[in-house]
Design a protein around this ligand. Structure first.
Ligand code: CO8
Length: 372
């Protein structure tokens, strides 16, 4: 393809929450719930809640920590959500501010001025509002030209947006594109749900994509191949949406937050990932061993280990498929971009890497990159 990724950027939110803090607060919530419902629990009318544990979280997911934009409220057993104040329409929205910070970082690395960008794509699991697009707000704040839009494909938002950026550049509607992933996940995390209270963190990432002949940056990567696939599944779902208010009694039920059948996801997605990558590698005549690095989606360390084992066998250096889950937790579409951003500095001209997302939808997006 005639397109390169010439810079990447990362914004880390101001607050961190450790597993221990999260588990202590969840277990206090469990005590409160079980005390409050003790009569019904005794009569077996209500199920008692069970404690969470840091050991389980780390072993089952690889997560030790997460960052959040607002910590107040998350650890209070009577609240269990970030208390994010409503913003005036004139203020820069929280999600735009995250994206702007990551975008500025990426522009510096790409050696590109904001006014040379002619398309901004904000791609993430949720946008804070429907319109005007967060991307258009960022366009105005940065002073980029042309057009801007938002798109949502949960965990594959970043890789699918890269494909859109390539199409825009190759189709002639843009020369330089900013792909921004402001993942504000904490408002949608159910901190009262033992199975998922530990999974997500907030973060923002950004990439600059350019027509190859325009690129100045020494950080540039050629895009050799892209492939996307989706298959409908209810196993990772959020029923949050603009219709919720029309049924006031059910507007805030738990299904309006992230929920999943984690085991089923694990079992169903892995074979899809193997098949998807197998087909791409066969068509492109690439052997998995030719990749210096796999920048994989960051949802679960065990899932990543299965993918790496299937592609490369048992004896694989940890740096081959770096894990950022321990520090950042699952940051939806931003996870593989954080791994790319933090682990590509040792690449030499001609080295190959694979950027790959997988998650809700189901969706898989994989991009083969070669250092310029
Ligand atoms: N503490 C202690 N024990 C626990 C806990 C806990 N917190 N939670 C569960 N357990 C117990 C269970 O009760 C169970 O006990 P038993 O064996 O007695 O029944 C035991 O631990 C094992 O439970 P599981 O089988 O559920 O545990 P797993 O080993 O499967 O691990 C995971 C659970 C970590 C959820 C795992 O299944 C997983 O990660 N699967 C992959 C899922 C995945 O990749 N999902 C992607 C989701 S992200 C995405 O697509 C983005 C969506 C958009 C962003 C949303 C932002 C909010």
């Amino acid at each position: 393809k005639n397109v390169v990724i010439s810079g990447s950027g990362l914004f880390i939110p101001p607050y961190s929450v450790s597993n221990q803090e999260l588990v202590e607060s969840y277990n206090s919530y469990v005590d409160l719930h079980n005390q409050l419902n003790s009569a019904q629990i005794d009569k077996q009318e209500v199920e008692p809640l069970a404690y969470s544990s840091s050991e389980f979280i780390e072993k089952a997911s690889g997560i030790k920590n997460r960052y959040v934009m607002v910590k107040e409220g998350i650890l209070d057993p009577n609240i269990m959500m970030p208390l994010i104040a409503d913003q005036a329409s004139e203020e820069v929205s929280m999600q735009a501010s995250m994206g702007i910070a990551a975008a500025k970082d990426a522009l510096v690395q790409a050696q590109v001025n904001a006014e040379d960008i002619d398309l901004v794509i904000v791609a993430c699991a949720y946008t804070q509002r429907a319109y005007p697009a967060i991307a258009i707000e960022i366009q105005q704040a940065l002073g980029t030209k042309g057009f801007a839009y938002d798109m949502l494909v949960a965990c594959s938002s970043a890789t699918f947006a890269i494909v859109n950026a390539i199409n825009a550049i190759e189709g002639g509607s843009a020369n330089r594109v900013l792909v921004i992933n402001p993942e504000l996940t904490s408002p949608q995390s159910n901190f009262k749900d033992r199975d998922s209270h530990f999974i997500f963190g907030d973060v923002a990432t950004a990439l600059v994509l350019e027509r190859r002949e325009l690129a100045q940056s020494e950080h540039a990567f050629n895009i050799l191949s892209t492939r996307c696939v989706t298959q409908y599944s209810n196993n990772i779902r959020s029923n949050f949406g603009f219709v919720n208010r029309c049924d006031p009694e059910k507007a805030n039920t738990a299904d309006k937050l992230f929920h999943q059948q984690g085991r089923k996801v694990f079992k169903e997605l892995l074979p899809m990932i193997y098949q998807h990558l197998d087909e791409q590698f066969n068509d492109e005549q690439i052997k998995p061993q030719e990749f210096k690095r796999l920048w994989l989606h960051q949802a679960n360390i065990n899932m990543n280990m299965f993918v790496v084992k299937k592609l490369l066998g048992d004896d694989v250096d940890a740096l081959t498929a770096p894990v950022v889950l321990d520090e950042f937790a699952n940051t939806a579409s931003a996870g593989s971009i954080i791994a790319f951003h933090q682990f590509n500095h040792d690449f030499k001209t001609g080295d190959l890497g694979l950027l790959c997302s997988f998650g809700a939808g189901y969706s898989i997006g994989s991009i083969v990159l070669e250092k310029c």
